[in-house]
Design a protein around this ligand. Structure first.
Ligand code: 0X9
Ligand code: ZN
Length: 454
């Protein structure tokens, strides 16, 4: 909770012979001087959305938290679903202003202590949606800000138009609400038998730094080709498909109605609950432990694998390009992790050692150059069981280098990462992408141009 404004000091006034007049004058003067403070005091607990961090110490605490996050108007940030709440593990909970008092009362009544991670989420949300191009206070560039879906569509067209020899727009499908799913194909030469990599962003609507990364990556590729040795080598040897917003309906919804929305916006025939978790909708041990058949949960797997137009579009595209695509990357936030298959089983991927080495090297570079810690490992062992994910599905399709990146941060701002952190988050993720892509080229392709020294 933000500190309620303190009452200002009493102001001294000149004495008057009439005590009643003194009192009345004092009262009027006091109210007038503190009007702003008094007004704000009345609202300081009700008008601000907050993020609480709570570490349950007992099973009773766990049960209370599960109850709060399912029965009250809140949004669980971490873990993704109440079933993963466990003792001694931090829970991040978004509490809208109108449930704040009830939730805090409940916690207090059961002696569950909490810490306020963000006292005023509304201010952060406002900061992220401000149109900074017209804001004189902002010195940031286009790529250091978040953009509405319309702006991203405009940017896609503009980028292709301005780079006709290197960038093509590919329509890979359309969303449930019939928005186009555009990917950009970056192709810097016409070598025969050229391989490719795929990057998708924004599968989860509220993870805004993810689409920001896709834009960052494309911009970097176009600006630093022939300047940076690593990106030059990658683009000389691979085409890159970039899908900036895999879940446009959800992304749009986070800009207009609910900043904490995760799923797509498909309507269920059986309930009024909306949306499927697109990262539970792929055909990889679909809807087993770690996903849910309940449309009202955040990890709802849909009615059958690829029931959703968004996941089906990506799956169709990859199926028809599986002989060229060697590397699959999907960008999420938050928690700073480099994950690889499997998340849908505890079994090790056949090339587990390779994947581990690549993730380790990428994480080490981030640590060395950016002093930031990324954990890495197979999904199921590193975070939780999560079947139906795009990374596991792409891996089973035959794309043997498949990774999920969870970008910044580790919970300080969570999904509300301020725009000023976009460049740091994207630069370190870019370093990881370059490290992994170079390794894939090294492992799979005969060199055509001198490869950079690692
Ligand atoms: O649960 C997820 O879908 C991802 N984490 S997030 O907090 N961004 O939602 C992790 C995905 C890991 N990979 C698979 N589950 N296949
Ligand atoms: Zn995600």
């Amino acid at each position: 909770m933000p500190p309620c404004p303190q009452q200002s000091q009493q102001t001294s006034v000149r004495s008057s012979p009439d005590p009643d007049t003194i009192m009345a004058t004092l009262l009027i003067f006091f109210v007038f001087m503190n009007l702003d403070v008094l007004l704000r005091m009345g609202h300081c607990t009700e008008t601000r959305d907050q993020i609480l961090s709570i570490t349950p110490k007992t099973q009773e605490h766990v049960d209370i938290l599960r109850n709060i996050s399912t029965q009250y108007e809140t949004a669980l940030w971490q873990p993704v679903s109440p079933q993963y709440i466990k003792e001694e593990t931090q829970v991040h909970l978004f509490v809208p202003a109108n449930s704040s008092e009830t939730v805090k009362d409940l916690l207090q009544r059961h002696a569950v202590t909490h810490e306020v991670l963000l006292a005023n989420a509304n201010e952060l949300i406002e900061m992220q949606t401000r149109n900074d191009s017209t804001d004189p206070r902002s010195g940031s560039t286009f790529y250091e800000r978040y953009h509405s879906l319309e702006d991203i569509y405009y940017w896609i067209n503009r980028t292709a138009h301005d780079n006709p020899n290197r960038v093509k727009i590919i329509l890979v499908g359309s969303s449930y609400e019939k928005r186009p799913l555009y990917a950009l194909k970056l192709s810097f030469n016409n070598r025969t038998n050229k391989k490719a990599m795929w990057i998708d962003c924004g599968i989860h609507a509220r993870e805004w730094v993810s689409p920001a990364f896709c834009l960052w990556f494309v911009h970097y590729s176009l600006s630093f080709y022939n300047i940076n040795q690593d990106i030059t080598h990658i683009l000389d040897n691979m085409d890159v498909y970039v899908l900036p917003v895999l879940n446009p309906d959800g992304y749009k919804y986070t800009w207009t109605s609910n900043r904490m929305w995760r799923k797509n916006r498909s309507i269920s025939k059986t309930t009024s609950c909306i949306g499927v978790d697109l990262n539970r909708n792929f055909d990889a041990n679909w809807c087993t432990e770690g996903a849910s058949h309940d449309p009202c949960t955040e990890i709802y797997c849909g009615t059958f694998p690829e029931s959703e137009p968004e996941s089906q579009a990506v799956a169709n595209f990859l199926r028809s390009h599986k002989d060229t695509v060697q590397l699959y990357l999907t960008i999420h936030s938050y928690s700073q992790m480099l994950l690889f298959p499997y998340s849908c089983t505890l079994e090790e991927a056949e090339n587990h050692r390779d994947l581990l080495e690549m993730a380790q090297e990428a994480a080490q570079k981030i640590r060395r150059y950016y002093r930031n810690i990324y954990r890495y490992g197979a999904g199921a062992k590193t975070i939780y069981f999560a079947p139906g994910g795009s990374d596991d599905w792409a891996y089973n399709l035959g794309i043997k280098y498949s990774f999920t990146f969870e970008l910044q941060d580790r919970g300080r701002y969570g999904f509300l990462l301020p725009p000023s952190h976009i460049s740091g988050a994207c630069n370190e993720a870019l370093l990881a992408v370059k490290t992994i892509a170079l390794k894939v080229i090294q492992k799979t392709q005969a060199p055509t141009s001198p490869s950079p020294t690692f």
